[in-house]
Design a protein around this ligand. Structure first.
Ligand code: ZN
Length: 236
C-alpha cells in the first residue's frame, strides 16, 4: 500500500522528547480500501500538506499566551516547542475544512444495478467539539440503498473523516454525512448512526465517565420502519 497518505503527526503525538510519531490517515481496519492511492488528485480531494507557515506562527503565538494565562511558564524546557506543536496539531485536527467531500464521492461513482443495502460499519471517528475544542470520538455506521449508482467503499470513511476533521457538534456531523451522500449519489436512502464519547463531558463538569451519545440521521427508504430496523439490526 502506498504511504503517500500518511501524515507526519509529530506535532500531535510527539512525546516531548523529539520522537515524532507517524500515523496513517488510512483506516487500519480497511487496508484494502484505498484503491485510488496512485491516482493524481487535486488539493481539494486529498490534502497533502497540512501546515501553513503563517497559520502555524499565528496559532503558536496564541498558544504561548494561553500557557501564560493558565499559570505556566512557556519558557521552561518542556514547553519550549509546545506552541508550535499545538499549532500543527490543530491544523491537522481541522484539516477537513480544506477537503471537499462531494469531490471525493463524485470521483468514485460507478453505474451499477445493485439495489440492496450497502453498509459500512464501525468507521473510526475522531473530531473536536466546537464548544470546547476538546475531542469526541467513536464510531460511525453508514448505509445507503443505491439507485443506479454506487460509490467506491473506501470513500464512505473518507467522507466521515472530512466532516469529522472540523469543529463539530455530533448532530450536525451526522446530518452532513447523510446529506453529502444523498446529494452526490441520489440513492434510494441513506442512514448514518454515530456513537461517540465526548471528552468535554468525561473530563469536566458532569464527569459521566462511561456515557456515550448516539445520533442518527436517515433519509428516503430508511424512513420506512422495516428498512430502518434492518439497518439497526445489522449495526447492533
Ligand atoms: Zn464540548
Amino acid at each position: 500500500m502506498s504511504q503517500k497518505s500518511n501524515v507526519d503527526l509529530g506535532a500531535v503525538g510527539g512525546d516531548g522528547h523529539g520522537t515524532p510519531h507517524s500515523l496513517s490517515t488510512n483506516h487500519p481496519s480497511h487496508p484494502h480500501l484505498d484503491e485510488d492511492d496512485d491516482f493524481p488528485v487535486s488539493p481539494r480531494y486529498r490534502r497533502i500538506d497540512h501546515y501553513g507557515v503563517d497559520s502555524t506562527e499565528a496559532i503558536a503565538a496564541n498558544v504561548y499566551s494561553i500557557l501564560t494565562h493558565i499559570g505556566e511558564d512557556p519558557e521552561r524546557e518542556g514547553l519550549l516547542k509546545t506552541p508550535e506543536r499545538v499549532a500543527k496539531a490543530h491544523q491537522f485536527l481541522t484539516h477537513g475544512y480544506s477537503l471537499d467531500p462531494k469531490e471525493i464521492l463524485t470521483k468514485a461513482l460507478f453505474k451499477e444495478d445493485y439495489d440492496e443495502m450497502i453498509l459500512v460499519k464501525d468507521i473510526e471517528l475522531y473530531s473536536l467539539c466546537e464548544h470546547h475544542m476538546v475531542p469526541f470520538f467513536g464510531k460511525a455506521h453508514v448505509a445507503y440503498i443505491p439507485d443506479g449508482r454506487i460509490v467506491g467503499l473506501s470513500k464512505i470513511p473518507r467522507v466521515v473523516d472530512v466532516f469529522a476533521r472540523r469543529l463539530q457538534v455530533q448532530e450536525r456531523l451526522t446530518m452532513q454525512i447523510r446529506d453529502a451522500i444523498n446529494e452526490v449519489l441520489q440513492p434510494r436512502g441513506v442512514a448514518v448512526v454515530i456513537e461517540a464519547t465526548h471528552m468535554c463531558m468525561v473530563m469536566r463538569g458532569v464527569q459521566k465517565q462511561h456515557s456515550s451519545t448516539t445520533t442518527s440521521a436517515v433519509s428516503g427508504a430508511f424512513e420506512d420502519e422495516r428498512t430502518r430496523a434492518e439497518f439497526m439490526r445489522l449495526i447492533g
